[in-house]
Design a protein around this ligand. Sequence first.
Ligand code: COA
Length: 259
Amino acid sequence: MGNTLLTERDGALVVLTLNRPEKLNALNAELLGELDVSLAALAADPSIACAILTGSGDKAFAAGADIAAMLDMSTEQARHFSELGHRICSRIERAPFPVVGAVNGFALGGGCELALACDFLYASNKAKLGQPEVNLGIIPGFGGTQRLARRVGIARARELCYTGDTIGADEALRIGLVNAVVPHAELLGKVKDVAAKIAKKGPLAIAQCKRALFSGEGVPLDTANALETQAFAMLFGTADRREGMAAFVEKRAAAFEGR
Ligand code: COA
């Protein structure tokens, strides 16, 4: 493995940093392979409470799939590349802990799609987001046509995907693509604060909450509510649930153990 992905543990938090700053963290096969392997390993690690995904350097989260690497791709290679991107995005969505995106600059094309797979995003005031693939004669291939529509509504997704326009952080906030805009230098600190807040909660509850929100999207409300009921009831069989409620009654902080 190379060093195109940096993984930094900080207690129950892990910061994943896309690391090809000289190429604005453009996503090549090596970086995506590292991300794929790393996310698979983290999903199996019960000591992780929250992950942060960000980009190395001062300019980019990720400026897209690596265009130079795509230049000579065959149809079949492109299919595999798209499937790899989809698998990674799916790993982010299915991880048993939240993945918060810290959009520290350009999040274009595949970079925007990786961001869209995160649970939610905070952006630097310098961030620029968009799906400019049509400028290259292609379309988003890591779920952008689908997740962007779900995040910001289909009409705005159509406009962004058809025009290839890049939008700034304030516009991204206005349309609900990012949750907050933070002064550039403060971004990672703010995201670590919210991640640390999440990490103090019961991890089983957070995992079930993430799952209910994810699984319920796009299914009929009755079905989605039934999933919620199942998860709600299941949590009553956990030690963490008893501890959380006992701590409230005893007016003390809960000590969750993830069981
Ligand atoms: N794929 C491959 N290389 C990329 C890249 C990408 N998606 N985005 C940036 N780079 C490389 C540049 O080729 C350049 O490399 P070089 O120094 O070896 O020439 C380096 O990263 C810096 O980029 P540069 O274009 O010089 O920076 P800039 O500040 O002038 O422009 C962008 C920034 C983001 C506007 C511009 O890089 C860009 O348009 N990138 C492509 C965005 C895109 O279409 N993404 C979707 C891909 S599907």
